[in-house]
Design a protein around this ligand. Structure first.
Ligand SMILES: CC(C)(COP(=O)(O)OP(=O)(O)OC[C@H]1O[C@@H](n2cnc3c(N)ncnc32)[C@H](O)[C@@H]1OP(=O)(O)O)[C@@H](O)C(=O)NCCC(=O)NCCS
Length: 366
């Protein structure tokens, strides 16, 4: 038998070549196809960056208008999807509803290989599923998507049922751009694995949503809000964090498999959040908690290089734009759908089934 090398958690294992993004964990850099993600978040819109990831270049005016109108044309949910969502008990969490809603979009027209039309149709509907369910939970009549609003503005409009505030749209757009794509993270890998079997786009994205839901991946920002609530005051930050670390707990919003320095997305989102939250005591407390957490992580976990990750200030941005914490991870899914689809298209263009091995450590039959 050949010698097998195990990498628990697949750390350091490269499973694909990609042109989509570079996640440089040593220098804290994030590139989307030859552009700094941070610059794109400041200068571009959700649709422009989606175009960059899907088609390989930023769109000219005509290409952008085409993509926008395709997205607008695909936002409405089929009535059977709405009816099925209405049957789900209200205590089922939003990520499970989204996973179910997306799964229902699969049909015979979604065979492998995935097409750009499928990608656009799915991306357009993910925000509508979340907003439809949210309106129902709040006892409001869900509003129909608005064709005069861009992706992010329409998402906020559908979530609240009122005209979106421009500063909120801009801040949320920056967050959604910064989280569209991030290399071979767990949910993207899940989507690629499913797609590599020549299964359809909807099945691949349904799997990706399941992976994103976990608290070690996309579920972390709600954990940040919970932690902040429990800490409550600046004086309580150090004793609370110390106790958590002594109990072997993980501090949500810190640590990353790839970044061994500060996550560049957290830096950019801190700026975005601070612009909206200048006078908010919650934000001042968050900044203090971050400082204390970094000091204590170094004390309790020396040499592990645990820094602030994207989720810490993602929570701050989403809170500042008025989203309840139950919508944090679903909103992450709204943006990451772009990256999942880009990876699934890339996988299909050069496909080989992803099939690693395991090392049998059980008994042999007598
Ligand atoms: C993101 C994460 C899952 C990466 O995990 P990983 O690369 O497998 O890292 P490991 O679990 O091997 O952790 C390495 C060490 O750092 C510790 N560690 C990692 N993140 C930690 C955190 N947030 N709080 C406390 N300790 C942490 C681990 O306990 C481990 O300590 P040990 O060497 O004494 O066993 C992990 O850092 C984490 O759980 N963070 C909190 C959740 C979060 O914010 N997720 C969002 C990611 S964007």
């Amino acid at each position: 038998m050949s010698q097998q090398v195990i990498s628990i958690g697949l750390e350091g294992i490269v499973v694909a070549e990609t042109e989509l993004s570079l996640v440089d964990g040593i220098n804290g850099l994030l590139v989307y196809r030859n552009h700094w993600a941070r610059d794109l978040a400041i200068e571009k819109t959700f649709e422009e960056v989606a175009h960059l990831l899907w088609y390989g270049h930023l769109p000219d005016r005509e290409e952008l208008n085409r993509l926008k109108s395709q997205l607008v044309a695909n936002r409405t949910l089929p009535s059977y999807v709405k009816a099925a969502i209405d049957l789900i008990p209200s205590d089922v969490d939003m990520m499970s509803v989204l996973r179910t809603g997306v799964s229902l979009l699969g049909n015979a027209g979604h065979d492998w290989p995935p097409t750009m039309d499928q990608v656009i149709s799915l991306t357009a509907k993910v925000p509508t599923i979340v907003a439809y369910r949210q309106a129902r939970l709040e006892g409001r009549e869900p509003v129909e998507p608005r064709s005069d609003l861009d992706h992010t503005a329409n998402y906020l409009y559908m979530l609240k049922g009122t005209e979106p505030n421009q500063a909120h749209v801009r801040a949320l757009d920056a967050y959604l751009i910064l989280t569209q794509e991030h290399g071979m993270n767990a949910s993207t890998f899940s989507g690629r694995v499913v797609s590599s079997t020549r299964s359809d786009l909807i099945s691949a994205v349904t799997a990706a949503i399941g992976a994103l839901k976990g608290p070690l991946h996309g579920g972390a920002p709600s954990g940040v809000i919970e932690m902040m609530e429990q800490i409550g005051t600046p004086e309580n930050a150090e004793p609370w964090l110390r106790k958590a670390l002594e109990n072997g707990e993980r501090i949500m919003g810190f640590g990353h498999r790839v970044y061994k320095t500060r996550d560049p997305r957290s830096e950019a989102l801190q700026v975005v959040a601070s612009q909206l939250s200048a006078d908010d005591p919650w934000f001042a407390l968050a900044t203090h908690v971050e400082k204390v957490a970094l000091k204590l992580l170094e004390e309790y976990k020396p040499g592990r290089k645990l820094n602030t990750n994207v989720e810490f200030y993602a929570a701050a941005v989403m809170r500042a734009v008025g989203l309840p914490d139950t919508l944090f991870t679903p909103t992450f899914a709204v943006s990451r759908t772009v990256g999942w689809c880009a990876h699934i298209l890339e996988q299909a263009a050069n496909n080989r089934i992803i099939r690693p091995e395991s090392l049998y450590i059980g008994q042999m039959p007598k």
